[in-house]
Design a protein around this ligand. Structure first.
Ligand SMILES: N[C@H](CCC[C@H](N)C(=O)O)C(=O)O
Length: 284
């Protein structure tokens, strides 16, 4: 079977996008996606994202994603910005948002996201409400109806203070003195696969540069060290506010570049703004 695809990247978090609008199910299997993500034997990417027909009322399309390890996460922040750019390139008309920019409403396993295309080429995503109860992460670090904020977790012979936030997918955030000193490949997998996280977890290591500037490195569930993580940046801002370290709007500085994140006072939702760029199209 010949597969047409287009590669996009959001701050270096890169994805293979597939126009799957003719079928209700993804046209390739998770293991085929894993092969395509291989950076030596395949196209190379952190994941494969499918544009599927809408099944929820008042949505334009449905997004599904396979990580490069073939697992299926609930949501991807950088990836959904790439999907917005893909829809524009496919010639899909936007809804007028009334503010002079176009919008798409996309169903995901984490809920319906509204994507706004800004005049400067960036994309703002309404990422919805954070989930904070340990049963919602999910984590066994504390009782199901309580929140895991600044709780101790032993990893790699060290005790880390962690705060857990779900953006539909699980995140474990820990604040460190020097984020560049973290042995990401050494400790990342031990966090990812820790028994305290029944669905595994994404892990964000954060250095506070100021109340509106956090420096982040990330070990992603199912993808390893990536250059950026949009859901992780949102979860990080929430953890920073809950632990008194930052304001409700901040620049999250990632290895691949900055994301602007706001945890709205008025509606309690997270808003993420960042770029999404086409790299190349191909067929395999
Ligand atoms: N690896 C993540 C999915 C991709 C999230 C990340 N790339 C983003 O931009 O939000 C997970 O398994 O939850």
């Amino acid at each position: 079977m010949t597969l047409e695809f287009t590669k996009y990247q959001g701050l270096g978090n890169d994805f293979i996008l597939i126009d799957n609008r003719q079928n209700l199910e993804p046209m390739i299997t998770p293991s085929e996606a894993e092969q395509l993500c291989d950076r030596n034997f395949g196209i190379g990417a952190d994941g494969v994202i499918f544009v599927l027909p809408p099944t929820e009322t008042d949505t334009d399309y449905t997004m599904r994603i396979y990580n490069s390890d073939a697992s299926e996460p609930e949501m991807c922040g950088n990836g959904i910005r790439c999907l917005a750019r893909f829809l524009v390139d496919l010639g899909v008309p936007t809804r007028s948002s009334g503010t002079g920019t176009g919008e798409y409403r996309i169903q995901t396993l984490a809920g319906v996201m509204t994507l706004t295309l800004k005049s400067d080429g960036q994309v703002t995503v309404d990422m919805g409400l954070p989930r904070l109860l340990s049963s919602e992460i999910p984590t066994t670090l504390c009782p199901p109806e309580s929140k895991a904020i600044n709780v101790p977790l032993s990893v790699a012979g060290k005790t880390w203070d962690v705060t857990c936030v779900s953006m539909g997918n699980p995140h474990c955030i820990t604040f460190v003195e020097d984020v560049d000193a973290v042995d990401l490949a050494g400790v990342g997998p031990q966090f990812e696969n820790h028994p305290a996280f029944p669905k595994r977890t994404n892990t964000e290591f954060i250095q506070v540069m100021g109340r509106s500037h956090l420096k982040m490195r990330v070990w992603e569930r199912g993808a390893g060290a990536t250059l950026a993580c949009g859901t992780g940046a949102c979860a990080t801002l929430v953890a920073g506010v809950l632990t008194g370290r930052c304001d409700r709007q901040a620049t999250i500085e990632l290895p691949g570049g900055p994301l602007i994140i706001e945890w709205s006072e008025s509606d309690g939702r997270l808003y993420m703004t960042g770029p999404a760029e086409r790299v190349f199209s191909g067929r395999i």
